[in-house]
Each structure stands twice: as structure tokens, then as C-alpha cells.
Design a protein around this ligand. Structure first.
Ligand SMILES: *Cc1c(COP(=O)(O)O)cnc(C)c1O
Length: 341
């Protein structure tokens, strides 16, 4: 019971299903295993290509590779940094088996364009929603788009269970399949019906989740104020570009990402990063280096509809500022001084 569908586990699973507005929402021990399981659900052919973004955490690409599938990187949209639909289209081959898009920084992907491509080519569309906990689009929960969505409850995420994850899908009929995949393929004491993995969340993780969940909305509101605060001095600064406001989208408030154009701003992203660091303020260059800079994916092309992939420039410019309820007025003043100096 401590590790296998105990009472706290079931309570949290139900609570999250309600909170996120997703009927089929199943807990996992971390987001990476949930991503691996999401891909596994579709029985994709060995060596099949899965189109994804290079501007993400390594786990997105690794989940593809661990399934014996081949990650294929398509460019990001220069406007909002999510997977660019035109570049996805340009990356499609007869071996393409699925699309794995990321709501990076909580910015929602071009849902309609990606769904249109997926439908036309008969491809499952999976979302890595690790940055989009609680996001809604015109009131519709983010986890109900595409064929499956995966959330991470790692300690760095808005809502966390120390480590944890969740696989969400509209495909109620797949609940049993996911259940087996999550628990070694065990059907009963004497039958193993599939090649499952150990993806189960334990009672300690679930307990942390049950304690954290009631605090999420307050934390989100505190961060929403922090966002306004940052925006008040960054919005009009030459050479600073913020992630776009998306009409109808309620932001998860997980990240505050911006881009620094060194010509127009007068300093590089790295200059600003170092200046902050010298004051013990730790910004992050998410996601630099990008996946194709990492050893296992080095030399993988980035399929793009532009002469030069947009992500190559973006990765030198992007910076995520400290973004949590513990950032205080004096911290903001220091950060402001670094940008305005
Ligand atoms: C955090 C994260 C994950 C999964 O991380 P886990 O630590 O395994 O829960 C996957 N994708 C992205 C984009 C993430 O930020």
C-alpha cells in the first residue's frame, strides 16, 4: 500500500483530476517516466521518428530515445518559442510516428495547427505540459488537448510532490493500458500482460502533494503580481523581449522568461546573467544549451523553414528570472537596477 495505489495516492489522483479538469489523470513517480509511458501507449514502430523541440529539458528527448524511437528536432517559433508547426511539417518523413510538443515556459503551443498536422498525417500528438500546471485555454484545461499530456511534479515545478508526474488523456479507454504500463504490466497475482515499467507514485510523495495542492492558487497569485512587477520595468526596455500574452490563456505562472538582444540592449544575456549572479541572484539560461548541443544529440539537424534555425539565436538570448513567492521587494529592486544600469 505504501507504493501501490494507497489511500493518499488515490486521494491525490482524484484531487488532481478535478483540479486540472482531466477525467483520465494518472499519477507517476516522476515526469520522465510519465513521458516514456505516454509514448509507449501508442505502440509506435521501433525506430519511428518523433518530432520534438530542441528548446526543452533533456527529459523530453530522452523519453523518445528510451522507447527505441528517434527524436527529430524541429525549430521553434520565433514569436513564442514553442514548436513551430511549419517546421514540424518540414520534418515529416514516412518514418514519422508521433509529435511531442512542449508548452515551454507555460506558453501554450499552437494547438490548432499542431492538431491539424497530426490529424492529416495520422500521428499521435503528445504534449509535455511540465510547465503548464493548471493552464486553461478559453476555459478548457490544457491537459485535454492532443492525445495525451504529461505534467511533472518535480520540486522545481509550480505544484510538486518532491518528485512526481501525471499522465493525462481524453482516451478513457486507455486507462487500463496506462495502469498496466505503470505497474510492470501486472494484471493480477499470476498474470503479466505487457512490458510495463515501475512508474508508481508512493504514499510519501502523494502526502506532499496533498499538502501542497491547497497552496498552489495563492502561490500562483503571488507570482502573477511578481510578473506584473517585472513587466513594469522590462516591457518597454529596448532589446528586451518578453514571452507574449496569449489571449484567453490563464498562465501557469511557472516561469518568467525573456530574451535579450545584445545589439539593442547593449549587453549580452550572459553579461546580465553574470551581473545578477555576482549579487547572489540566480537566473537560469533555460534551455541553453539546447538538446542538440548535448552529446547524445550532437549533430542532429534542426528542421526549420528559415535559412538559420530560430532556436540557434534564441538559445543565446533567453533568460528566466527568479520567479517564486519568496522573491521580495528588495530582490526586485536589485534585479531592476541590473537591467536599468
Ligand atoms: C521537469 C521537466 C520534465 C520532467 O521532469 P521530472 O524531473 O522527470 O519530473 C520534462 N519536461 C520538461 C520540459 C520539464 O521541465
Amino acid at each position: 500500500m505504501l507504493t501501490n495505489g494507497g489511500p493518499l495516492h488515490d486521494e491525490l489522483e482524484e484531487a488532481l483530476s478535478r483540479h486540472l479538469g482531466i477525467p483520465t489523470a494518472m499519477l507517476f513517480n516522476n515526469g520522465t517516466i510519465a513521458l516514456m509511458t505516454a509514448l509507449r501507449m501508442f505502440d509506435l514502430p521501433s525506430g519511428g521518428e518523433v518530432i520534438t523541440t530542441p528548446l526543452t529539458f533533456a527529459a523530453t528527448a530522452h523519453a523518445i530515445s528510451w522507447n527505441g524511437l528517434a527524436p527529430v528536432f524541429a525549430d521553434v517559433s520565433p514569436d513564442d518559442l514553442t514548436l513551430d508547426p511549419a517546421s514540424v511539417e518540414a520534418a515529416i518523413t514516412p518514418k514519422t510516428s508521433a509529435i511531442l510538443a512542449v508548452h515551454v515556459y507555460g506558453t501554450v503551443c499552437d494547438l490548432d495547427a499542431l492538431q491539424d498536422i497530426a490529424t492529416r498525417h495520422g500521428l499521435p500528438l503528445i504534449y509535455d505540459a511540465a510547465h503548464a500546471f493548471g493552464t486553461t485555454v478559453s476555459g478548457r484545461p490544457i491537459g485535454t488537448f492532443g492525445d495525451a499530456s504529461v505534467f511533472s511534479f518535480h520540486a522545481t515545478k509550480l505544484f510538486h510532490t518532491f518528485e512526481g508526474g501525471l499522465l493525462a488523456t481524453n482516451r478513457e479507454e486507455d486507462r487500463q493500458t496506462i495502469y498496466y504500463l505503470r505497474n510492470f504490466g501486472i494484471k493480477n497475482e499470476e498474470e503479466v500482460v505487457g512490458i510495463g515499467i515501475n512508474g508508481k507514485m508512493n504514499e510519501l510523495q502523494a502526502m506532499i502533494g496533498l499538502l501542497n495542492l491547497p497552496q498552489v492558487e495563492d502561490e500562483r497569485q503571488t507570482r502573477a503580481k511578481l510578473r506584473q512587477n517585472y513587466k513594469s520595468f522590462l516591457s518597454d526596455l529596448p532589446g528586451i523581449r518578453l514571452q507574449p500574452d496569449q489571449p484567453g490563456v490563464s498562465n501557469s505562472e511557472q516561469y518568467f522568461a525573456l530574451q535579450i538582444d545584445p545589439e539593442k540592449f547593449g549587453r549580452t544575456r550572459d553579461d546580465v546573467y553574470e551581473a545578477l549572479k555576482s549579487m547572489d541572484i540566480f537566473a537560469r539560461k533555460y534551455f541553453h544549451p539546447i538538446c542538440t548541443d548535448f552529446e547524445p544529440y550532437r549533430g542532429y539537424p534542426i528542421h526549420s523553414v528559415w535559412p538559420q534555425p530560430a532556436v540557434d539565436l534564441v538559445k543565446t538570448r533567453v533568460l528566466c528570472l527568479p520567479f517564486h513567492g519568496g522573491v521580495e521587494e528588495q530582490d526586485i529592486a536589485q534585479i531592476r537596477a541590473v537591467f536599468l544600469s
